[in-house]
Design a binder for this molecule. Structure first.
Ligand code: GDP
Length: 330
């Protein structure tokens, strides 16, 4: 089932100086590359764009800014690049001197805001795996302060920048992306309510709605997210994808998932992981106590209600009807 119409997909632009880590982020989040393999990535010299909208809920474009891209150059179509519903993620290498990056960030934000005042700005203070905890906090404070001071000086203090500490060597990059994507989903409060209802009626402790390909979670119930639970669920998705890649691949489809995909993993600490497919792109992954799983029938039933509600939220029938209409027209 097609849950998200292409025009509902959030668009994410990834920008930043050369070697800041953009390609690595893209490869690790969307292509399952291991962090160590990124050491051998070639640097790019042009504006690169990748559209992964066929396989993911997120529509994702990378703009590599090599050296001196001139926003006012005719070949740079800023209307096209900055337009639309989305977010601009600016990557800053925190292990390097970041003054030039801040300067670039400032110019980029001013230009993009002028073209599209609704674009969201997200700053990834990246490669923080190399920094001590104290330095991380100090770097974030310093970058935050300088970036905002510059906006104030330019009389643009109404522009809001959000900051995240990220690294491809742990789950922080996925967590940051999850937050960025969630801000772009207008139905988020409804999704959260549905998840709350589902877990409280099923004896489940925590549930994440995942974009399967990227392992970004696009919603969760309102209980606090702890990193370990999130990592556990990510690992579950990897296991399920690896197994269905081997055993379950239909010819012609890229996504090793179908509407009946479901998996259960029992851990030795009396915890159960329960995964169900929601759409081609989305899966629900839940964590629960083993004793709650005695009522699996109830959980399965509640899940079907949950899936139906989600489909209604995104008005899947309207999309399907439109498709039927266009295909049945003479
Ligand atoms: P790009 O030019 O912005 O696309 O940068 P690349 O993705 O080519 O990355 C440049 C270098 O930074 C590569 O050697 C990566 O291995 C390294 N890198 C990327 N992300 C991280 C990170 O989170 N931590 C560390 N320590 N290195 C990273």
């Amino acid at each position: 089932s097609l849950i998200f119409a292409p025009d509902q997909k959030p668009k994410i632009l990834l920008m930043g100086l050369r070697r800041s880590g953009k390609s690595s982020i893209q490869k690790v989040v969307f292509h399952k590359m291991t962090p160590n393999e990124t050491l051998f990535l070639e640097s790019t010299n042009k504006i690169e764009s990748e559209n992964i909208s066929n396989s993911s809920f997120v529509q994702f474009k990378i703009l590599d800014f090599p050296g001196q891209i001139d926003f006012f150059e005719p070949s740079f179509d800023s209307e096209k690049i900055f337009g639309g519903h989305g977010a601009l993620v600016f990557v800053i290498d925190a292990q390097d001197d970041y003054m030039e990056a801040l300067n670039r960030l400032h110019q980029t934000v001013l230009r993009a805001h002028k073209v599209n005042p609704n674009l969201r700005f997200e700053v990834f203070i990246h490669k923080v795996d190399g920094l001590s905890d104290d330095t991380k906090i100090e770097t974030q404070r310093d970058i935050h302060q300088r970036a905002n001071d510059e906006l104030v000086d330019a009389g643009m203090e109404q522009i809001h920048l959000s900051f995240y500490l990220t690294s491809i060597y742990d789950h922080s990059i996925f967590e940051a992306f999850s937050k960025v994507v969630q801000k772009l989903i207008p139905q988020l409060p409804t999704l959260e309510n549905l998840l709350n209802l589902f877990i409280s009626n099923s004896g489940i402790e925590k549930a994440f709605l995942f974009d399967v390909l990227s392992k970004i979670y696009i919603a969760t119930d309102s209980s606090a997210v702890d990193m370990q639970s999130y990592e556990l669920c990510c690992e579950m998705i990897d296991v399920v994808i690896d197994i269905s890649d081997i055993y379950g691949k239909d010819e012609g489809t890229q996504v090793p998932f179908d509407k009946d995909s479901s998996s259960i993993i029992k851990l030795n600490n009396a915890t159960v992981l329960y995964l169900r497919e929601v759409s081609r792109y989305l899966a629900l992954v839940c964590i629960l106590r083993e004793e709650s799983f005695d009522k699996q029938g109830l959980i399965d039933y509640n899940f079907l209600c949950f899936r139906k509600a989600i489909q209604e939220v995104f008005d899947v029938r309207k999309v399907q009807l439109q498709q039927q209409l266009t295909t049945s027209l003479p």
